[in-house]
Design a protein around this ligand. Structure first.
Ligand code: PGA
Length: 251
């Protein structure tokens, strides 16, 4: 899977044009082997789903609130983005955790809510540089994963995509070394095995995220524990199509 997180970039007009060009360029055969998801800003979801209608490219939100409606000024519900045609939503991105105070408890509520709305969550977890330097990576991953998955059943886990995104690699140009990423992701898979059993640990889709570029993606996606990428900066231009091609070589 290659998922693009456009963050707060592109107007609805720009997003529609770009999504259309992706759809025109990626061959259908490639889309049959690689799951491609684009996550535009909430304001662009409607225009992007419209232009991607009938293609095999899915659309996701970057964030949702965990109620359908009500007095939650500035928020958007999962029901609303579902109505706009989204099939996925990112949950617990580190920018949401850091800038908007999202706790593991809130992430857990959003995860349950997304699943109730039949949205496939892309659950983000990852340690900060300080935590890595203190050798706390596994402790943080375990806390975030167990916190997020509290009360999630085996059936529900099948719908969740996990993204390991070391915070120090996001938007910094400093990509994790393939062995570093592979090791952390092996630990995440091991946690899934202890919580849900071996079969699910093998089947569970785990993406890497953080400064992915066409020139470093091949080394990452060829590793055993890495099933694809969640891409920020490099998903905003034609480089994204190259990333899908690279994933296709390993699919
Ligand atoms: P980046 O962002 O690829 O720009 O580092 C990744 C992400 O935040 O999901």
């Amino acid at each position: 899977m290659v998922a693009g997180n456009w963050k707060m970039n592109k107007t609805p007009t720009e997003a529609k044009l770009f999504a259309g060009s992706i759809a025109d360029t990626i061959p259908a055969e490639l889309l049959s082997r690689v799951d491609v998801v684009v996550c535009p800003s909430t304001s662009c979801i409607g225009s992007v789903t419209e232009v991607l209608y009938g293609t095999d490219i899915s659309v996701g939100g970057q964030n949702i609130f965990y109620e359908d409606s009500g007095a939650y000024t500035g928020e958007t519900s999962g029901e609303m983005i579902k109505d706009l045609g989204a099939d996925y939503t990112i949950v617990g991105h580190s920018e949401r955790r850091k800038l908007f105070g999202e706790t593991d408890e809130v992430v857990n509520k959003k995860l349950h809510y997304a699943l109730r709305k039949d949205l496939r969550p892309i659950l983000c977890i990852g340690e900060t540089l300080e935590e890595r330097e203190e050798c706390e990576t596994n402790i943080v991953l375990e806390r975030q994963l167990k916190g997020a998955l509290e009360g999630i059943s085996t059936e529900q886990l099948r719908k969740i995509v996990i993204a390991y995104e070391p915070v120090w690699a996001i938007g910094t140009g400093v990509v994790a070394a393939p062995e570093q990423a592979n090791e952390a992701m092996a630990f995440v898979r091991h946690l899934i095995e202890t919580l849900y059993g071996k079969n699910l640990a093998v089947d569970c889709r785990i993406l890497y995220g953080g400064s992915i570029k066409p020139d470093n993606f091949d080394d990452l996606v060829s590793l055993e524990n890495i099933d694809g990428g969640l891409v920020g900066g490099a998903s905003l231009d034609e480089g994204f199509i190259e990333l899908v091609r690279i994933a296709g070589r390993h699919a």
